[in-house]
Write a new protein. Structure first.
Length: 103
């Protein structure tokens, strides 16, 4: 049940808020934690400590991040953002962004 009277707020948005900053911070914490788990592994410990096999998993996460960036850039281009706008947010040149993620 909602406490909002629809007749008093006819233009109320039904969209959920998107908190990309908080989500990105959470994802970064998860990736950092995984890196620490490689060093402090409990299950597949080898001589000298750590879990060297889990290092490949961490690299796989990096690959997933690269694919996610490509998806995001493609989507932003579809919404009309220019290569210059995208590049400015990433701290690279327009040409570098276009070479990396362009068709």
């Amino acid at each position: 049940m909602t406490a909002v009277n629809p007749s008093l707020t006819p233009n109320r948005s039904t969209k959920n808020a998107v908190e990309n900053d908080a989500y990105a911070a959470f994802a970064a914490r998860v990736v950092r934690a995984h890196g620490r788990r490689v060093v402090r592994a409990h299950g597949r410990r080898v001589a000298g400590g750590g879990d060297i096999d889990a290092l490949a998993d961490l690299l796989g996460i990096g690959d997933e991040i690269d694919r996610a960036i490509h998806t995001a850039v493609t989507g932003l281009r579809g919404f009309g953002y220019s290569w210059a706008e995208i590049a400015a947010r990433l701290g690279i040149t327009r040409q570098a962004a276009q070479q990396r993620w362009g068709a």
